[in-house]
Structure formats: structure tokens, C-alpha cells
Design a protein around this ligand. Structure first.
Ligand code: C2O
Length: 471
């Protein structure tokens, strides 16, 4: 059995990946040519240049709270702010603070020439985006104490669309969107946002695992983040349209909270210190229509610099979060040739022991799932179980792979997400079957006659097992 720690192995891979891929920007540009017309309509109004560096926020520190726990007065204010933002798009289509322009910011940044998804830009860029968006909302209702709410879908009781966004569930509600596939009564599935996926995110040992590197995305960017986009569907189901749905900002506020929690929950969790990360520079219009630049280094401390904290009913830290030394890689020797998970017996024993502590993950590098529609694919260790597609209660179930298109027409093919499945509680099939276990995937939510089960191929597959620290 060959064992190595994740750190150096991972960075070497990312380096090789970057060399092979020429960098995402260059590749996209080569394939699709310069900015397409549809993309150009998302451009910031007035071709702004020479951004004024953003300096400091002088608002009082206030809480962002769960959207379903806002007071009636807070809901009224939030709706008034989005109404004002929507009205601005009509009364002055060139005002960059109008709702359409706010939504276009996201569209502009998820195309061929600019792409903030699938790398370490993801968390920092979205935090900056929400920050300026929040200040604009506050300015429009004359209350700079206003803070965005967050949709805490990781909280078991808050998995429906939060009431303010669906009450009333029609065009008279500025927080409503007509394209959602998710109904007000529906809930985000546990498998997309429950303990298994939250644990996998919160126990990411390095920022590279949690938030990505210059060339690859981190664990939670796929699940839960991408999965919830697919679950809401409609505009939310593709990145170029997602921010036209006001729920986008509450969804991303929770994604931002997950970053905040990851940093707080373990004393070894640190943000990157590389200059290449700290100097990432993003541009936005502020609440006074001033074109601003802000650096990643300026958004790392959201409390002192951006003047908000996360409050309200906190989801308890995952019970399995305790001190551990490192994630140790357990290779699957035959994967390359046979594409099956065959574990050496000593590895199987070690993994059974680790599974009891709830710290074992299956990594799938560049899994080959269709990148032609926004969908959630389920991974099973058994073809029959995949055929039946019973989900998390099935003995062969291992987890999900969400795919979110950049745009509905799929002009800019998405990258497959980083897939790290928390299989701590799902090893029975693998451990009990001697010999090779294959991996299969099936699109979730199809009728039995529509289901197509296929073997899952991936550039690499391996396990990582947590080693506990002495003290
Ligand atoms: Cu920029 Cu949730 O996507």
C-alpha cells in the first residue's frame, strides 16, 4: 500500500494540470473567441476604467441572519430595498446599482473571458460582490445597518425556500422569481446539504481543499454550493442567469458563512498567504456609483473590514470536527487500468477503523459526467443500486456530483466540480465485497424508464483517511 500526505501531492497535480490546460482563460478564449454578444450585454455600464481602490467600511458591525428568522419589519425593509433596486433598472437603465446590472455582474464573471468559478477566486470574489450589493441595498432604503439575510439550508429546519422569497409567491413580491423549479413546499435534499457534505467541507485540512487553488475549485463549491443552484433551478440553474433570482444573494451569503465557519472552527484553518491570492483584484460599482477595486486581502476579515458577522440560529459545528493531524492518502492501485476500487486488505482494515470515527473520503479527479445540462448525478458502488436510485438510504450510495452550466446554451462548457465524497458512513458495500467494486452514476430525479446507469470514469480515484492528533 502506498501512502503519502495530501499536501505536496496535491500541489504537484495542480501544477501539472495548469501546464496541460494552458490556464482556463487562455483555453476559453481560444475555443470561443472573444466575448460573445450575449456576454457583452452583461458588461458593466459605461465601460468603466481606472477604479478607485476601496479603503474602508465605516458601518457599524451588524449581523447577517437566517432569512427565515427575520422580523416582519426586516422583511419589509429587505423587500423595499429590492423593489427600489428593481425600479432603478426601469427608471435609469444605466444606473449600475439597478437590479439588472447587479445580476449582470455575475453573468459577466462566469463566461469565457472572466471566470470566478472553479478556482480560489470563488470565495473571495463572491464575498466582495455581496458586500457591494449589500451596501447598495442599504443606501437605496437609507439604512446602512441593513445586512443581507442568509439561507441556511444546512439547518435541517430551513430547507425550504425562505418564506420572504415565496410570500407572496408572485410578481408583487420583489424577492420572487418566476423561473424557479423548486416550489415553496419543496425542500433541498439532505444529500446536498446534510451532515455528510457539510462535514466534508468543514474538515478540509487546507485552503486548497476548502477553497481551491489558482487552477482548481475547492470541495464545497461543488456540493453544497452547486447542488443548491441545481435544486432551485430556472435562473439559478446556470451561472450567467443565477443572480437574476434574489435568492441567489441569500444562497451565497450562506456559502460565505461556510467560509467564515471553516476559518473559525479549527485553529489550523488558514486562508492562503500567497501574494498571487492576496493581490487578486476585483472591480465593482459601489453604492455611490463609484467604480471600485478591492483585493482578496481586504475581504478575509469580514468582521473588522466588511462590518458584518453571522448571527442567529447557528448550525452546530459538525460533531466529527475535532483535532486531526492530516489527511493521509490511500491509493487505489488498480484504478488506472480497471477503473474499479480494489483495496489492499491492510488498507481495508485501516479504513474500517477510520470509518468508525467518521473521517474517510473518496476523491474523484475530473469525473466524466455529462457537462451538457445542469444536473445532480448520484454515485453508487453497485450497478443495481444505481438502477434503483434510492438515494442516501441505498447501501451502495456514495454521494453526488453536481454540474452547473455557465449559461443555458452551454457556450462555455463548465469544469467538472471538485468531487470529494464523505463516505465515512457509507463504506459497507466497499468493505463487505471482496475484490473490485465498480463505480456507477445516474442522473437524479428521473423516472425509472428514463434512467441511464453508466460506469463512472475519472482521471484518478483515491481515498483519504484522517489521522488523529495526539493533543
Ligand atoms: Cu457565482 Cu453560486 O455562483
Amino acid at each position: 500500500m502506498s501512502r503519502e500526505t495530501l499536501g505536496p501531492w496535491d500541489s504537484r497535480r495542480h501544477f501539472l494540470h495548469a501546464m496541460g490546460g494552458l490556464g482556463a482563460g487562455a483555453l476559453a478564449f481560444g475555443l470561443f473567441g472573444p466575448t460573445s454578444r450575449a456576454e457583452a450585454t452583461c458588461a458593466p455600464p459605461g465601460n468603466p476604467t481606472n477604479p478607485v481602490p476601496w479603503k474602508r467600511d465605516c458601518r457599524p458591525i451588524r449581523q447577517r441572519r437566517p432569512a427565515s428568522t427575520l422580523t416582519a419589519a426586516e422583511v419589509t425593509k429587505l423587500k423595499a430595498a429590492y423593489k427600489a433596486m428593481r425600479d432603478l433598472s426601469t427608471s435609469d437603465p444605466n444606473d449600475p446599482r439597478g437590479f439588472d446590472h447587479q445580476a449582470n455582474i455575475h453573468c459577466w464573471n462566469c463566461g469565457g473571458s472572466v471566470q470566478v468559478h472553479g478556482s480560489w477566486q470563488f470565495f473571495a470574489w463572491h464575498r466582495a460582490y455581496l458586500f457591494f450589493h449589500e451596501r447598495i441595498l442599504g443606501k437605496l432604503v437609507g439604512d446602512m445597518d441593513l445586512r443581507l439575510p442568509y439561507w441556511d439550508w444546512d439547518h435541517a429546519g430551513h430547507r425550504q425556500l425562505p418564506p420572504p422569497y415565496v410570500t407572496p409567491n408572485d410578481a408583487t413580491n420583489p424577492l420572487w422569481n418566476s423561473t424557479r423549479h423548486m416550489t415553496p413546499a419543496a425542500t433541498v435534499p439532505e444529500e446536498d446539504v446534510g451532515a455528510d457534505v457539510m462535514d466534508a467541507a468543514m474538515t478540509a485540512a487546507t485552503f486548497t481543499d476548502f477553497g481551491g487553488s489558482a487552477t482548481s475549485g475547492g470541495i464545497p463549491e461543488g456540493t453544497p454550493h452547486g447542488a443548491v443552484h441545481v435544486d432551485v433551478g430556472g435562473d439559478m440553474g446556470a451561472f450567467n442567469s443565477a443572480a437574476r433570482d434574489p435568492i441567489f444573494y441569500a444562497h451565497h451569503s450562506n456559502v460565505d458563512k461556510i467560509w467564515s465557519d471553516w476559518v473559525r472552527y479549527d485553529s489550523s484553518h488558514d486562508n492562503p498567504t500567497a501574494a498571487a491570492f492576496l493581490n487578486l483584484t476585483f472591480t465593482f460599482f459601489d453604492e455611490n456609483k463609484k467604480w471600485r477595486s478591492i483585493k482578496a486581502s481586504q475581504v478575509l476579515d469580514h468582521e473588522s473590514k466588511l462590518r458584518y458577522i453571522y448571527g442567529g440560529a447557528q448550525v452546530p459545528a459538525p460533531e466529527r470536527l475535532f483535532c486531526f493531524e492530516r489527511w493521509r492518502v490511500v491509493r487505489v492501485p488498480k484504478w488506472r487500468a480497471a477503473k474499479s476500487l480494489e483495496l489492499p486488505p491492510d488498507a481495508a482494515t485501516a479504513m474500517r477503523a477510520a470509518a468508525a470515527k467518521g473521517l474517510i473520503r473518496l476523491h474523484l479527479e475530473r469525473p466524466e459526467v455529462p457537462l451538457t445540462k445542469s444536473a445532480v448525478y448520484r454515485v453508487y458502488a453497485d450497478a443495481k443500486d444505481a438502477e434503483a436510485d434510492a438515494g442516501p438510504t441505498s447501501p451502495g450510495y456514495l454521494g453526488t456530483i453536481p454540474v452547473v452550466l455557465n449559461d443555458q446554451e452551454n457556450r462555455h462548457r463548465p469544469k467538472p466540480p471538485r468531487v470529494v465524497l464523505n463516505v465515512s458512513r457509507r463504506l459497507s458495500k466497499l468493505a463487505e465485497k471482496p475484490g473490485a467494486v465498480g463505480l456507477f452514476y445516474v442522473e437524479r430525479g428521473l423516472k425509472p424508464e428514463q434512467r441511464k446507469v453508466a460506469p463512472l470514469h475519472a482521471a484518478d480515484a483515491f481515498f483519504s483517511v484522517a489521522e488523529l492528533a495526539g493533543d
